[in-house]
Design a protein. Structure first.
Lengths: 593, 139
């Protein structure tokens, strides 16, 4: 950021092969990250055109605290989604956030479509569009190896994000792999990138920022660093990591098993965070700028021939992937889960949507709605080798069935039946069968993500059925999270970065104007995002919570349809009101710099 | 005198807290390059990390190569840097056998570890330490 009066963004036009650095927006109103991407989409986006129109922007943004403080390590990506053709947002860590900071740009906006499959390279003093047609169809890790050879300089200072064959083939939930172990996963960001004919983006963080007065900043940094590393606040993330929740949610009868036919299973021991840590954890790694190191890497050892011939791979695991490609698929063996995660990684699909889609397909297969003619391999809960084959068909879109499944479970169920047991809440579900508030928070939430408002936390803490309290929780939690995702913080640090700590951090950098506006601007951004979502075609009446969620039994008992319906109506009404409260574009002109 | 050693890089998680601390506290910058210690992957993130940092050669090839004595041998190894006399020729960086000297692309000055140890407390996994310089054995 040049100062707190404007952002500096890079607009890359792939049609022309030209780029412009422009001053854009008011940080005091947009904040950065989520707020900046919404403002950029409002300016560059085409709400009425389809997601794959070349004019649609692909947007990546960081925030005012990126790189300055621990865990300010995420990038916000915004795009029109191939999954539902609406405005969408996805977040990823890795090395990209710091690399962007050191390019000197607060955001990249990419419009147009490259004539050939290409790789975009951005540094502080360079912008190149490199031919990458020879990487067509290549899996994610192999793509990264080739890109590293293409761009040999700047080791340790570059970020490489890339797509795999699933996105190139048009799977609606094609993902972007960020620096091997992180992802822009949900809602098809990879497929939106494929529509630009972009196989990869290399961000070279080769610039430096001079700091005039470091005394106040260094003091604020030390305070936050000590909160992160010398208290118990972040312990759960770097100890067992998020997989710690597998056992907890299984005991709470909230872990989806076998396409949510059950919420607990005695065989959970095979896939707990403890089992992964004891038997398969190889090491941990971190996003750049984060001393926590929550990225857990498992060792996948495979025998490929007789006479003890082995190969090994390093596979990242977390709670959500273990749910979606573990319990949801009836897997009770950690090794099998890693095998599927590695397969999905190479193909480049959202790990949750892919797993939940195959879970639905397995139940549909068992019920006879589809046969081996469609699935091309007999699907069976708990069979990793069958799922490995099915994943390749899903990515390749081998036949009509996999083409439909590649659009999502709802699309496939419209053709083959089985909508009642499709575990879809706006998109394929996240791993929380916790109750009514979570179902509503994902189904009707802005990103259809468990991270929008963390509705599962309300379910877990409240037995009383208070509709107003539930809706207030979702709305207020979304506002609070927008303060974080506009900086751009990792949401794991939400207990560290209270509004007061964020303001102290901003003030230590001389961003007092942004600090003063933090909460009012977050509310403004919330309204703007909802308005853009409605403008791009969101119709809450089109979203139905499938019957399967009414059959679920959690620690609180069966889902209460009446309570579910009342929360749904009240929350939809609230999001409509939010969207109508948006005042439009910020009054800031754009100037070429 | 003490010297910095990246003794336990097998533990490194690639958080860059050390580089950022050096940039912030020594070079008054936000940077992961304008720092005496820089972290890079050993060839993709699956292969772990290595530190590019001065190993305190004694005598130091960079000091011997410096035509203006801007780099002078520090007691115990490594160098003392006097930027006022540096002519930004880059001879020091060229002489370093370990690519431990970074020539700043903005101002062309060399950046090298001064073995102050201010990065050490920021490593969450104790990869770094300051140790007594080994005794030099002369023939």
């Amino acid at each position: 950021m040049i100062n707190q009066d404007t952002f500096r963004i890079l607009h890359v036009n792939l049609d022309e092969g030209k780029s412009r650095a422009v001053e854009f927006g008011d940080p005091k109103l947009c904040l950065g990250g989520s707020g900046l991407t919404a403002e950029i989409f409002q300016h560059y986006g085409k709400p009425d055109l389809p997601w794959d129109d070349p004019e649609q922007p692909l947007i990546f943004a960081i925030g005012p605290l990126t790189g300055f403080f621990p865990l300010m390590s995420k990038v916000v990506m915004a795009f029109k989604s191939p999954y539902h053709n609406e405005f969408a947002e996805s977040h990823a860590g890795g090395r990209m956030a710091l690399a962007m900071r050191f390019t000197g740009y607060d955001a990249f906006v990419i419009t147009g479509r490259a004539k050939k499959l290409s790789c975009l390279l951005v540094g502080s003093r360079k912008i190149e569009v490199l031919d990458a047609y020879y990487l067509a169809g290549m899996e994610s890790s192999a793509t990264a190896k080739h890109i590293r050879r293409m761009v040999q300089r700047h080791r340790g200072r570059r970020s490489i994000i890339r797509i795999g064959p699933a996105a190139e083939n048009g799977v609606a939930y094609g993902s972007i792999n960020v620096d091997t172990y992180r992802h822009f996963g949900r809602l098809g960001g990879g497929t939106a990138m494929a529509a630009k004919n972009l196989k990869a983006i290399v961000t070279v963080g080769d610039g430096n920022l001079d700091l005039s007065d470091t005394k106040v900043y260094a003091k604020a940094y030390d305070k936050i660093y000590n909160l992160v590393t010398k208290t118990e606040t972040m312990k759960k993330y770097h100890d067992l990591g998020t997989p710690e929740n597998i056992l907890v949610l299984n005991e709470l009868k909230s872990l989806p098993w076998r396409n949510l036919q059950a919420t607990t299973d005695p065989d959970v021991e095979g896939i707990t965070g403890e089992r992964f840590a004891e038997e398969l954890l190889l090491r941990k790694t971190a996003c750049s700028g984060c001393p926590v190191g929550c990225i857990h890497i498992g060792l996948l050892r495979e025998r490929f021939a007789a006479q003890h011939e082995f190969l090994y791979r390093q596979v990242n695991y977390d709670y959500e992937p273990i749910f979606a490609d573990g319990s949801m698929l009836g897997m009770v063996d950690a090794w099998g889960v890693l095998l599927l995660l590695e397969e999905i990684e190479g193909l480049g699909m959202d790990v949750m949507s892919a797993g939940v889609a195959l879970a639905w397909a397995t139940e549909a297969f068992e019920k006879g709605l589809i046969t081996e003619k469609e699935t091309l391999t007999p699907l069976k809960f708990g069979d990793p080798l069958a799922y490995q084959i099915a994943l390749r068909h899903l990515s390749n879109r081998t036949n009509d069935f996999y083409r439909e499944l590649g659009k999502g479970v709802t699309a496939a169920a419209q053709v083959y039946g089985g909508a009642d047991f499709g575990c879809v809440l706006g998109q394929e579900m996240a791993g929380y069968a916790t109750g009514e508030v979570f179902y509503v928070s994902q189904a009707y939430g802005f990103r259809h993500s468990h991270l929008d408002s963390g509705g599962y936390a309300f379910d877990q803490k409240h037995v009383e059925k208070d509709v107003q309290a539930a809706v207030d929780f979702m709305v207020n939690e979304e506002t609070r999270r927008l303060e974080l995702t506009s900086m751009v913080s990792c949401l794991f640090a939400r207990s560290v970065y209270t509004p007061e700590i964020i303001q102290e951090a901003l003030e230590s950098l001389g961003y007092g104007g942004i600090a003063q506006n933090l909460s009012s601007s977050a509310r403004r951004i919330q309204a703007k995002r909802w308005r853009i979502k409605f403008d791009t075609g969101y119709k809450p009446e089109n979203i139905k919570i499938p019957k399967r969620f009414l059959e679920v039994e959690t620690w609180k008992g069966k889902t209460d349809p009446e309570y579910l319906s009342r929360i749904t109506d009240a929350y939809i009404q609230k999001t409509l009101e939010l969207s109508q409260a948006d005042g439009g574009a910020t009054p800031t002109t754009i100037e070429v710099t | 005198m003490k010297i910095l050693r990246a003794s336990r890089m097998e533990r490194c998680i690639g958080c860059y807290s050390c580089s950022l601390a050096c940039a912030r506290l020594v070079h008054r910058s936000l940077s992961w390059e304008r720092a005496g210690i820089r972290i890079r992957s050993a060839g993709g993130l699956t292969s772990g990390y290595e530190a590019q940092v001065c190993i305190a050669c004694n005598p130091a090839p960079c000091a011997q190569a410096c035509p203006t004595d801007a780099f002078r041998l520090r007691p115990g190894g490594g160098v003392r840097v006097k930027l006022e006399t540096c002519i930004r020729c880059g001879a020091c960086a060229a002489a370093c056998p370990f690519e431990a000297i970074y020539m700043d692309e903005d101002n062309s000055y060399p950046n090298v570890c001064i073995h102050c140890g201010r990065c050490v407390p920021y490593c969450p996994h104790e990869c770094l330490e300051t140790v007594d310089a080994p005794a030099v054995i002369h023939d």
